[in-house]
Design a protein around this ligand. Sequence first.
Ligand SMILES: [Zn+2]
Length: 132
Amino acid sequence: MFSENNIIKSFLEKFKEAGEINKELIKKLKTTFADKIERALETMERGIIQYTFTPSKRILWTAIGDEREHILYPGLYCDCLDFYKNVVINKKNSICKHLLAQILSLGLKNFKKITLNDEEFIEIYKNNILKI
Ligand SMILES: [Zn+2]
């Protein structure tokens, strides 16, 4: 678990520095999270979205799930049931498929970018929180 977290952290840090990820690191992610990679790739196909709100420039990441859109805090938190059950409560995993998909989508530059007004941020956030 500890090393999984380190890999996620180093991935996100490297991405911040260089703006892109080398293939080595993606390979490492795929091996470390072999049990989740299939589902993460499916999630990525379904859609990882980076919302940018103006004028605040606030960024919100979401993943399109089976039933709804999940709010993500990259490398840290997802509002899905799997994250709650297996990461928060049982401490069995360090991330869920949505968080892994978000990390992969960064590395592979495969995500949607949507720009919205700040007022819409509140709406999206409120609607998602209420559905948990
Ligand atoms: Zn999730």
